[in-house]
Design a protein around this ligand. Sequence first.
Ligand SMILES: *Cc1c(COP(=O)(O)O)cnc(C)c1O
Length: 424
Amino acid sequence: MKKIPFLTVKKAEEIASKFGTPFHVYDEAGIRRNAKAVADAFSWNKGFKEYFAVKATPNPFILRIFKDYGFGCDCSSMAELKMAYAAGFSNDEIMFSSNDTPAEEYVYAAKIGALMNFDDITMLPYYLEHVGDFPETVCCRYNPGGTFSISNDIMDNPGDSKYGMTPEQMIEAFRMLKAHGVRRFGIHAFLASNTVTDDYYPTLAGQLFELAAELKKKCHVDIDFINLSGGVGIPYRPDQEPNHIDRIGAGVRAEYEKILIPAGMDNVKIYTEMGRFMLGPYGALVTRAIHEKHIYKEYIGVDACAANLMRPAMYGSYHHISVLGKEDYPDDHRYDVTGSLCENNDKFAIDRLLPKIDMGDLLYIHDTGAHGFAMGYNYNGRLWSAEVLLHEDGSFSLIRRAQTLADYFATFDCFEEYKNMEDA
Ligand SMILES: *Cc1c(COP(=O)(O)O)cnc(C)c1O
């Protein structure tokens, strides 16, 4: 499917004239349309809740949008917990799906009433020792080991992943929690990432529903919810078929009716913790072409770098690029599109066919709404860009200013000439 930018060159220049380049921009209309589609796809389940994975796009303005759909936040660190709380989420609107968790984070999560999702059985005595009694509802994270396949395709390797508990540990954990007064239980698993197939959630749900029925029988516990976590992917490449959230919702429902209803478990709530699917396509990184270089290959240097979008450098990920205003020009030039880091993997595209790029053109890097800005870092002293929210009426607002050198130097306040660094 042809990938089309959600903003025009005119709008992009308007934003650039106010906030400079590069910037990350988010499409509120798209976010809302998709959020509604998610809510509709699971409306057959009374207690359904999507807990947006804050780590994908940690911005309180974005989190707030999801409040309108009855969604919550999935957090895994102190900063994420505090951000979610400040954005107006508390109690069962916050899922704390952490791992290797420091005690103070559990203490804070307990204080704001977050739902605890324990990654490991050793976390239970740790919690008792450092925090206190368990809440009434507790979730445990499951890892079936081995490989996770759909039909005959291996999707991922849970056996190699650090997360979750073995089936035996799940039983032991539930018994232990029950003995300590826990009344309601949740089950969580994240077994494959960025799945571009409508079968991921239904397949995972089938496995978790079977496990839920078994745990109910063996441990005599009430299963309150099943958390399908994240992993629903997006089509980064134009030739990929997008997921259909309505079919995914219907697929989970079919498993629910096949397994949970006959087991007398028709009150179980379905939770999700999607990040990428909720925001990925509704964010873009806009950057200006500032240099061209002709050596053994043709290079276009832009004013963004891997510090603003790490996925291509880190995973070799494909991100589609449009040259704004030249969407209908032929892709007849072959370029490497690079940032300025002193690292040869700082390339947004390699050997990519694009329209002829002139200096000053704005490049629109698609699908950076999730795990984009969020993974930013400061290597080479490169700074984070601004984040801008494009509203449904075409107006836009700054939802995070760009980092400044003063921000970068701030942690050197132990250095005597610190003030001079900022003012130099
Ligand atoms: C990263 C993560 C998510 C979100 O994953 P996506 O692939 O962005 O949907 C959800 N839950 C947990 C525990 C995670 O670590």
